[in-house]
Design a protein around this ligand. Structure first.
Ligand SMILES: Cc1cc2nc3c(=O)[nH]c(=O)nc-3n(C[C@H](O)[C@H](O)[C@H](O)COP(=O)(O)OP(=O)(O)OC[C@H]3O[C@@H](n4cnc5c(N)ncnc54)[C@H](O)[C@@H]3O)c2cc1C
Length: 434
């Protein structure tokens, strides 16, 4: 049984909330392929081959994600993707879905309590369907795929007390969504097949294309301070700020003030916790156990990848839930910790360094290497296009490569010598760092 607080979005009117989109990449696609849904997902996605970087003068340039044509990411609507997954779930008779049902309490009883066996075996949810009385649902196991504020995680934490470790960190920046509508003929007003970025030091805006010709813009901005959400309270201030900082974006946002003042400001944070399971009774997955900041476009991809690892653990230890859960946690935790750290790296890189001369020279060098040396992947490529490589290894290799290449490109100059020489040096350093 799947209990979901929201409406069935396949039939709900979502126009008021404007669906946001996500970057779907190879790790997410690998998990979708395992259930035969990757082609369908691609058919409702828009390929984005690189970043289009817009400066304050309104000029722009494209920085491809890779020197290899086949390496690109995909913009996909959250609603359309959810609909695809729900349709697939509906094809299984054994999957029952209760929509608009809030899981208000998760009762996991302590296994080593001196209470009766009957109570110790209890795993029970209180579910409150909309406009109805709460019902009790008992379950053999509970999988908490219930997002960053996970009620399942809170139930485990309550039960385990100090044995449950949780460390959360919020950025001083938040986010808000804005909307670039399509042209009157339904076309994209700005380049369609890229992820647009307006980097401005301590803040930035990005835009991802939608199938209907629109773009969803996300403004990442400090919550307080000079240039911040807290500093704008009138339409005139908002207009003046956008005209100055994002001139070419401003002209594409006819509903700027309406969007800005009506849409919520979201918080951005990372949470690492341990363990992710309780005694073979309950287990967390996805954002419930590893919410991360969105700057690598990997939160959903990592959650999908979780399912692949979970199924491998399930296949190895069928029926023994305590072993399945603890193996899943043991295998996966170092990788989700790594992507959490990488996502924070990218927060700083996207805001600022994309405009830095050494960074730009490094990108030029890496592009050439990706074109000519099939086994070379940039840090971004290791994370995004190498679904065969665990995140922890992408982090180790990627950070070391970045450091070495940035040193070589100091002053914004691509180093002399052959690409093969540069690659050999990198390999030597990577091997010696093991
Ligand atoms: C601004 C932003 C941009 C992002 N961009 C990207 C991106 O480009 N690429 C990417 O890979 N990731 C991205 N992410 C991350 C991505 O959104 C999450 O990692 C992903 O949604 C996690 O999926 P999940 O199923 O674990 O949790 P969620 O998507 O949060 O789903 C949890 C579900 O649990 C339900 N639920 C919660 N509580 C209850 C309850 N009490 N009772 C019943 N149901 C309940 C919720 O209604 C929800 O449907 C972004 C995140 C943000 C904030």
């Amino acid at each position: 049984m799947l209990i979901e607080k929201r409406k069935d979005l396949r039939w709900a009117d979502i126009s008021a909330g404007r669906s946001i989109n996500l970057a779907l990449s190879d790790r997410g696609l690998a998990a979708l392929a395992a259930v035969g849904l990757d082609d369908e997902a691609r058919s409702i996605a828009i390929p984005m081959h690189g970043r289009m970087i817009h400066d304050r003068s309104g000029a722009s340039r494209v920085s491809p994600y890779s020197g290899r044509e086949e390496d690109y990411i995909n913009s996909i609507s959250r609603t359309e993707l959810n609909a695809l997954l729900l349709d697939a779930a509906d094809r299984y008779d054994e999957v029952q879905i209760m929509f608009e049902t809030d899981c208000t309490e998760i009762a996991l009883s302590s296994v080593d309590s001196r209470q009766s066996t009957r109570l110790a075996e209890r795993k029970c949810l209180t579910a409150k369907p909309k406009d109805q009385d709460p019902i009790q649902v008992s379950a053999e196991i509970i999988i908490g795929a219930d997002g960053a504020g996970s009620p399942t995680r809170q139930a485990i934490e309550k039960l385990m007390g100090h044995d449950f470790k949780s460390d959360s960190h919020f950025l001083s920046s938040g986010y808000k969504e804005l909307h670039i509508p399509p042209t009157v003929s339904g076309e994209w007003r700005i380049e369609k097949n890229v992820l647009h970025i307006w980097p401005r030091g301590s803040y930035m805006a990005i835009a991802l294309p939608n199938l209907d010709g629109s773009f969803t813009v996300t403004l990442f901005w400090p919550m307080e301070g000079d240039n911040s959400f807290g500093a704008i309270s009138t339409e005139a201030e908002l207009d003046a700020f956008f005209r100055k900082e994002f001139p070419d974006l401003y002209t594409e946002l006819p509903d700027l003030a309406e969007d800005y003042f009506n849409n919520p400001t979201g918080k951005l944070g990372t949470l690492k916790c341990a363990p992710w399971h309780y005694a073979g009774h309950a287990c967390l997955i996805g954002d419930a156990c590893h919410p991360i900041v969105p700057f690598y476009g990997q939160g959903m991809n990592a959650a999908f990848e979780d399912t692949l690892v979970f199924m491998e653990c399930y296949d190895a230890d069928k029926g023994d839930w305590a072993t399945i859960f603890s193996e899943f946690y043991r295998r996966r935790k170092p990788d989700t910790d790594a992507i959490a750290d990488l996502a924070l790296d990218n927060f700083y890189e996207m805001q600022d360094h994309v405009d830095d001369p050494a960074f730009m020279a490094k990108r030029t060098l890496e592009m050439k290497m990706e074109q000519e040396i099939p086994s070379y992947y940039s840090k971004y490529g290791l994370v995004t296009f190498r679904e065969d490589l665990p995140y922890r290894e992408a982090l180790r290799q990627g950070r070391l490569q970045d450091k070495i290449l940035l040193d070589m490109c100091h002053g914004g100059k691509v180093p002399d010598g052959s690409l093969q020489d540069v690659y050999s040096k990198l390999q030597e350093r990577l091997v010696s760092s093991l």
